[in-house]
Design a protein. Structure first.
Length: 174
């Protein structure tokens, strides 16, 4: 399989998964789509090298994560906060398994980007600590610290009715 066929096959098979990952980090469909597209455009020119990776998906997911974290570090002068949502914005709920998705989404948005990314890799993608740490480019202890701090922050959020300590998606009686 040549480079173009390999790239096209990868995009066909993994775009949905990458979009969900990007959405869980950005909490915005258009930002997630842009993040995935920018990542794939950047990787296309060096796809021959990417194909040599042990796991293509892990390599691309790491690139996606790095691009997301770099964007969060750089202040953008092209984004403006407005009180009203513009017409034409479509919200797609990728987290239908979570009963109190709105409160959880708001709470996750308040987490620092690395903590949010650690939770997405550990719990949404169900990666073992070692793989999630490798994807984040940190040690296992650092990953565990990021996850621990993120969960501690979520536990203190009074708007959440999710049983975080239990690790389940069961709604806690208020």
């Amino acid at each position: 399989m040549n480079r173009d066929e390999s790239f096209e096959s990868f995009v066909d098979n993994h775009t949905d998964s990458l979009l969900v990952t990007a959405y869980l980090m950005t909490h915005d469909r258009s930002s997630a789509e842009e993040l995935v597209q920018d990542t794939m455009v950047a990787l296309y020119s060096r796809w021959n090298r990417v194909m040599q990776a042990d796991s293509l998906l892990a390599y691309v997911r790491r690139s996606l994560l790095n691009r997301y974290l770099n964007q969060k570090r750089a202040k953008s002068s092209t984004e403006y906060v407005t009180a009203e949502v513009p017409d034409g914005v479509v919200f797609v709920d990728f987290s239908t398994r979570v009963d109190d998705q709105d409160a959880l989404s708001r709470a996750l948005r308040r987490l620092p980007p690395r903590q949010r990314a650690a939770l997405v890799l550990r719990f949404f993608h169900d990666l073992p600590d070692k793989d999630a740490a490798e994807t984040l480019g940190c040690r296992v202890g650092t990953l565990r610290s990021l996850v621990s701090r993120a969960l501690a922050t979520l536990r203190l959020d009074p708007s959440l009715s999710i049983d975080i300590d239990n690790g389940s998606r069961k709604v806690v009686e208020s």
